[in-house]
Each structure stands twice: as structure tokens, then as C-alpha cells.
Design a protein around this ligand. Structure first.
Ligand SMILES: NC(=O)c1ccc[n+]([C@@H]2O[C@H](COP(=O)([O-])OP(=O)(O)OC[C@H]3O[C@@H](n4cnc5c(N)ncnc54)[C@H](O)[C@@H]3O)[C@@H](O)[C@H]2O)c1
Ligand SMILES: [Zn+2]
Ligand SMILES: [Zn+2]
Length: 376
């Protein structure tokens, strides 16, 4: 390709500082170094974790950055030592790597590859290859999909079926895989069980879909936004509860609906109060509650008796999927019509409209907006 080995100048939405709109800029994307892949991003979703970084995270060292971590694209060129990818391959950049060599990758029970970020530093896995106006720009979650081009280490790139439509499967790069996997892999929802999912964004709706796929008989969808009720049914929810409609604590409402509490609950909001409610909505003896929502600002608390009575509290990052193995499987699930993706997309826009898309999510008016980034 004409661009191989050269710096690419292209468009990206740059977050210069917290709490400010993103700015469309021309950035420079360096050629891939050893073991790296330069990707032309075709489409990207917006996940609440992008908003968390911009508005809530208080990470002063995390700017300027190019946000976006739910993208799909095409390999433009590869650096020395890359044999797994070739220009033209369809790929999804990954928010956690899978090096296949570390003790975490070798352990079947976790996806926490030690080459990834440690949970505190959410900005980049590897050195950024992006610059703008003479400044290095951080790659949020190592990916930076709000850019026409990005560079990612090959251990954080998944090759996907060439038949996959990139403007749909981009959502498998974070939200849908996260929620679905949290139910199936982390909670390990059982056939015939009762479940509750708190928060019905793409992550929570995907958790509802995962509970249904696992054979749950009752799936209670919980959200303070009544507009989410109809959508939750599409993914398999049997009931909808709006905590604002009740004067009692929501855990008591769910306990009364389920003869003592649900077997599995998933928190997909990122609010420590809701995390507590989700745990306390579980039945004693065997109830399992999974934290999926993201926050690093507050402690989470409950009375010890809640756990002593036999409940289990767990957390889930990227749905527990080993990333390079899991994402192509989810893409296959979509192509085989076992995993829904299209139903999550409420808006199609372009990268130039990224601030409008962020506003829609802030106001709870979308499930996922997909932005087209570069022409295919
Ligand atoms: N663990 C992971 O790997 C991972 C990955 C992706 C996203 N996340 C996190 O998952 C969460 C959800 O992401 P999303 O993109 O679906 O967000 P979203 O903003 O689209 O959805 C959040 C939903 O929660 C609802 N909500 C807010 N307060 C509530 C309350 N008190 N009770 C019930 N519902 C409430 C909102 O109305 C909204 O429908 C975020 O915290 C995000 O950062 C975690
Ligand atoms: Zn995300
Ligand atoms: Zn590893």
C-alpha cells in the first residue's frame, strides 16, 4: 500500500481536557513498530466507559487522548515480526490483550493478561503512536477508535470473519461481549434460574441476552429510565422494574417477586449503591452477584452478613472472555444468528458527529450509536 512505512495524517476526535467536547483534529499516526498493526478504523461504537473517562474519572494525566474502544477496521500495514495479520484483514482492536504466554493467559479461569493495563491506568496498554499539534496523544484503553487510523500491538487485535459487517460487529469490541460474557462466563447463569440485570444500556441488555441464552426462566430488567422497558423485552427480559416506582428498597421488591431473591444479579450501571442493591437482591445460600459497571471513585460496601449467609460477590472485565479467542467467537455467534447485534444500534452517525452521539448517551436517548469513521 502507498502508505506502508509512512506517517499517516488523518482525522481524529481529540479529548484535550476533561469535561470538554471532543475536537476534530488532523493527527499523525506513526507506522507500526515491531509486533504492531496499523488499522484503518471503519466503524466505532461509544461505550459509557468513554464518557466515564471524559466526565467522571478525574484522571488528570489521561489527556490529551483519543477515546473510543469499541471499533472494527481493516489492517493497513504491519510492523516487523507480525505474521498473524496481513493488510486487508478485518480486525477488532481489543481492550485487553491476550499474549498467550503469561501465567494469567495460561490459566483458563481468567482473561487478565499481565501485558494489559492494571485497572487503575485505563489509558493505554502500550506506547501511543498518535501525535497532534506536536504533542503525544494517549491511546485510551490502547485502542483509540475515534480516529481514522490507530496502531495496536498484535496481542490486542482479533482477526475476524471477512464476512462480518464492520459497522455492526464493532460493538462486539466492548459492550455486547462484556454484558453477554458477564452472564454466561462470570455469573455462569443456569437453566431455569431467576436473574436480575441492573442498568439497561448495551452492557445490561447484552447481559439480559446472555441470561436468556443460558436458559434463565425469569429475567428481571431494572432501570430508572422507563423507556428501556420495551427494549429489554427484545433481548429476553420477562419483567421490568423501575426503582422509582417503589417506595421500598429495590432489593426488597425483587425478593418479594422471587420468593427470597434472585439466583443471579448483574450490576451494569457503575454505581456503588446499585452494586449493593444488586448483591442484596440475591437469594441467600447461593445467590451470585456480578459487578460489571465501571467506577474507581468510591468504595463498595455491604453488611458482612450478606456474604456470610452464602451470597457470592464477583466482578467481570470484558465479560471474562479471553479477548483474542472470545471476540471471533462472538462474531461467529452473530453471523450464525445466535447473538443479536443490530438490535442494539439506535443511531448511525459519522465521526464528525461524535459530540452529538456522546450527548445522546448522556441523556439516555440511545442504546448504541455507531459512527462511521473511514470509508471501506
Ligand atoms: N467491566 C467491563 O469490562 C465494562 C466494559 C464496558 C462497560 N462497562 C461499564 O458498564 C456500565 C454500563 O455501560 P453502558 O455503555 O451500557 O452504559 P449506558 O449509559 O448506556 O447504560 C447505563 C444504564 O444504567 C441506567 N441507570 C442509571 N442509574 C441507574 C440506577 N440507579 N438503577 C438502575 N439503572 C440505572 C441508565 O438509565 C442506563 O440505561 C458503565 O459503567 C461502563 O463503564 C464495564
Ligand atoms: Zn466499553
Ligand atoms: Zn498474557
Amino acid at each position: 500500500m502507498a502508505t506502508t512505512g509512512k506517517v499517516i495524517k488523518c482525522k481524529a476526535a481529540v479529548a484535550w481536557e476533561p469535561n470538554k467536547p471532543l475536537v476534530m483534529e488532523e493527527i499523525e499516526v506513526a507506522p507500526p513498530e515491531a509486533n504492531e498493526v496499523r488499522i484503518k478504523i471503519v466503524a466505532t461504537g461509544i461505550c459509557h466507559t468513554d464518557l466515564y473517562h471524559l466526565y467522571e474519572g478525574m484522571d488528570e494525566g489521561g489527556f490529551p487522548a483519543v477515546l473510543g474502544h469499541e471499533g472494527a477496521g481493516i489492517v493497513e500495514s504491519v510492523g516487523p515480526g507480525v505474521t498473524e495479520f496481513q493488510p486487508g484483514d478485518k480486525v477488532i482492536p481489543l481492550i485487553i490483550p491476550q499474549c498467550r504466554e503469561c501465567r494469567f493467559c495460561k490459566n483458563p479461569n481468567t482473561n487478565q493478561c499481565e501485558k494489559g493495563w492494571d485497572g487503575g491506568d485505563d489509558v493505554k496498554v502500550f506506547d501511543s503512536r498518535l501525535t497532534c499539534r506536536g504533542k503525544k496523544v494517549l491511546q485510551f484503553m490502547g485502542t483509540s477508535t475515534f480516529s481514522e487510523y490507530t496502531v495496536v500491538n498484535q496481542m490486542a487485535v482479533a482477526k475476524i470473519d471477512p464476512a462480518a459487517p464492520l459497522d455492526k460487529v464493532c460493538l462486539l469490541g466492548c459492550g455486547i461481549s462484556t454484558g453477554y460474557g458477564a452472564a454466561v462466563n462470570t455469573a455462569k447463569v443456569e437453566p431455569g434460574s431467576t436473574c436480575a440485570v441492573f442498568g439497561l444500556g448495551a452492557v445490561g441488555l447484552a447481559a439480559v441476552m446472555g441470561c436468556q441464552a443460558a436458559g434463565a426462566k425469569m429475567i428481571i430488567a431494572v432501570d430508572i429510565n422507563p423507556e428501556k422497558a420495551e427494549k429489554a423485552k427484545v433481548f429476553g427480559a420477562t419483567d421490568f422494574v423501575n426503582p422509582k416506582d417503589h417506595s421500598k428498597p429495590i432489593s426488597q421488591v425483587l425478593s418479594e417477586m422471587t420468593d427470597g431473591g434472585v439466583d443471579f444479579s448483574l450490576e451494569c450501571v457503575g454505581n456503588v449503591g446499585v452494586m449493593r442493591s444488586a448483591l442484596e437482591s440475591c437469594v441467600r445460600g447461593w445467590g451470585v452477584s456480578v459487578l460489571v459497571g465501571w467506577t474507581d471513585l468510591y468504595d463498595v460496601a455491604t453488611r458482612p452478613l450478606q456474604l456470610i449467609a452464602g451470597r457470592t460477590w464477583k466482578g467481570s472485565l470484558f465479560g471474562g472472555f479471553k479477548s483474542k479467542d472470545g471476540v471471533p467467537q462472538m462474531v461467529k455467534g452473530y453471523l450464525d444468528k445466535k447473538v443479536k447485534v443490530d438490535e442494539f444500534i439506535t443511531h448511525n452517525m459519522t465521526l464528525d458527529q461524535v459530540n452529538d452521539a456522546i450527548e445522546l448517551m448522556k441523556q439516555g436517548k440511545c442504546i448504541r450509536s455507531v459512527l462511521s469513521v473511514s470509508p471501506q
